[in-house]
Every structure is written in C-alpha cells, then in structure tokens.
Design a protein around this ligand. Structure first.
Ligand SMILES: N[C@@H](CCC(=O)N[C@@H](CS)C(=O)NCC(=O)O)C(=O)O
Length: 93
C-alpha cells in the first residue's frame, strides 16, 4: 500500500531505450518495471548471453554494475541514477 513508486507516463520523446542486464538481477528487474510502468518501449539485452559486451561497456563507461541504461545512445547509469534523472525531469521519456 502506497509503497510502489509511480513514474511519469512516456511522452514518446525517447526513440531508443536499451537496458543491458540479466533476468535475475533485482535492479535490472526494477529498470524493466519502471519503463513498463511508463508505457515506454525498450530493448533488453541479456549480458549473460554476451559477457564480452558487458565488459566492453563497463570499461568504456567506467561502470561496474548492471543494469546499464542507454537512451538514444547516451549512457544514463544504472537503475538508481536513471530513475532520479527521470523523476527530476532531466531525462524525458
Ligand atoms: N545503484 C545500482 C546498483 C546495481 C547493482 O548493485 N547491481 C548488481 C546486480 S542487481 C550488480 O551489478 N552486482 C555486481 C555484478 O553482478 O557483477 C543501480 O541502481 O543500478
């Protein structure tokens, strides 16, 4: 009751949302749920199928955890950072 975070509905601003993560990582699940709640389309790339890609992105963006979230080609961080940017209005979806 009242504990569920609510997110702004997608305004169809973002053209491409990509989440790199796994199905078992709780923050990855949170990220998926957030975009689903917003009614936004996203692509989920399972890093377990492609660990090399995860390593490559981790090095490139100096980011050790999953999920790694990209909107229109720009890296926004993990779930916590992306959520904050969405809630503050800095990132419009
Ligand atoms: N603040 C980060 C936390 C992410 C996080 O702790 N992810 C865990 C999995 S849910 C992780 O990557 N652990 C290390 C690993 O799996 O290599 C976020 O919100 O995305």
């Amino acid at each position: 009751m009242g504990s569920k975070q609510s997110f702004p509905k997608s305004q169809n601003i973002a053209k491409e949302i990509k989440i790199f993560g796994t199905n078992t990582c709780p923050y990855c699940v949170n990220a998926k749920n957030m975009f689903q709640d917003m009614g936004a389309q996203f692509e989920f790339i399972n890093t377990r199928d492609n660990p090399q890609k995860r390593d490559e992105l981790s090095k490139q963006y100096n980011w050790d955890t999953i999920p790694m979230i990209f909107v229109d080609g720009k890296f926004y961080g993990g779930y916590t950072d992306t959520k904050q940017k969405i809630l503050s209005g800095e990132l419009k979806i």
